[in-house]
Design a protein around this ligand. Structure first.
Ligand code: MF3
Ligand code: CO
Ligand code: CO
Length: 274
């Protein structure tokens, strides 16, 4: 607590650039996400685009938090019952799969971190609904962000929306402060109580990245040291944005031409505020 950095104007400008580049990697890869392609090929294409087109660095590559082995790839690809940190490999994706691609790039020392869901061909009704509810969860959480609000306000609306739909919120992983450091304070829990935890101030930057399971919230860790799956093998979905707390509310930093539109309730809120 108390160690949340307040970004300078220069930091914020750097974070806008990094955020846009991370989102643009997802725009770039979208047409390649089709049945018959491997997650390793998706990784290779993203890595090449970052290095050769953007001049950015993939933050996950060799990332090694305490207790972990170095992460071996440029991005995370989490398929179906994989909650997060799926390692790209020779797995061929098929019609009906649902995939999260999580991209974190470094540009001029600043990190941009964002993820989206992708359908391979035609998704099941469950996969579509879980993905939509999770998207709404992320945006509901983001919509709470303004000076004076508390981190618990974000977690609370996410948990309410997920559980009302019959889904569960993963507790072991959370959003995080971000800047020159990939993962810094605060932890942004995706569950909680209004009015609890840290009070937000203009100049804070953190991610909102709810992981929502169609079944129970329990996780299991795979033997590769990274991949996290649902214990009950139910589907899991996740979306992620990097967000700045502004004087009047929030600014999403991981924006790009190809990003999906916010849900209607957010657009209406923005219009009402204007
Ligand atoms: N991008 C993930 C996040 O949102 C972190 C991935 S760490 C990695 O925080 F090493 F697995 F890439
Ligand atoms: Co993140
Ligand atoms: Co991420």
């Amino acid at each position: 607590m108390g160690n949340i950095t307040i970004k300078t104007a220069e930091d914020i400008e750097g974070m806008r650039v990094a955020g846009r580049l991370a989102a643009e990697v997802l725009d770039y890869i979208t047409p390649f996400v089709k049945p018959g392609v491997t997650t390793g090929e998706i990784d290779r294409l993203c890595h090449e685009y970052m290095t050769n087109v953007q001049g950015s660095i993939p933050a996950p590559l060799n990332y090694c938090p305490p207790g972990y082995t170095p992460y071996p790839k440029a991005i995370c690809t989490s398929l179906n019952d994989v909650i997060c940190h799926g390692i790209p490999g020779d797995k061929v994706m098929k019609n009906g799969d649902v995939l999260n691609i999580d991209v974190t790039i470094i540009k001029d020392g600043y990190h941009g971190d964002t993820s989206r869901m992708f359908f391979l061909g035609e998704p099941s009704i469950l996969a579509r609904r879980l993905t939509e509810i999770t998207y709404e969860c992320m945006w509901l959480g983001i919509s709470k962000i303004k000076p004076g609000a508390h981190l618990g306000d974000i977690g609370h609306v996410i948990q309410q929306h997920a559980e009302k739909a019959g889904y569960s919120v993963v507790r072991e992983f959370c959003g995080h402060g971000i800047g020159k450091v990939f993962h810094e304070e605060p932890q942004v829990l995706h569950y909680g109580r209004p009015g609890t935890l840290e009070k937000l101030e203009a100049g804070m930057i953190f991610t909102v990245e709810p992981m929502i399971n169609a079944g129970r919230r329990e996780i299991r860790e795979m033997g590769d040291g990274w991949t996290i799956k649902t214990k009950d093998r139910s589907l899991s979905a996740q979306w992620e944005h990097t967000v700045l707390v502004t004087e009047t509310g929030f600014e999403v930093l991981t924006v790009s031409p190809g990003m999906p539109a916010p849900p209607a309730f957010i657009q209406n809120q923005a219009t009402a505020a204007a």
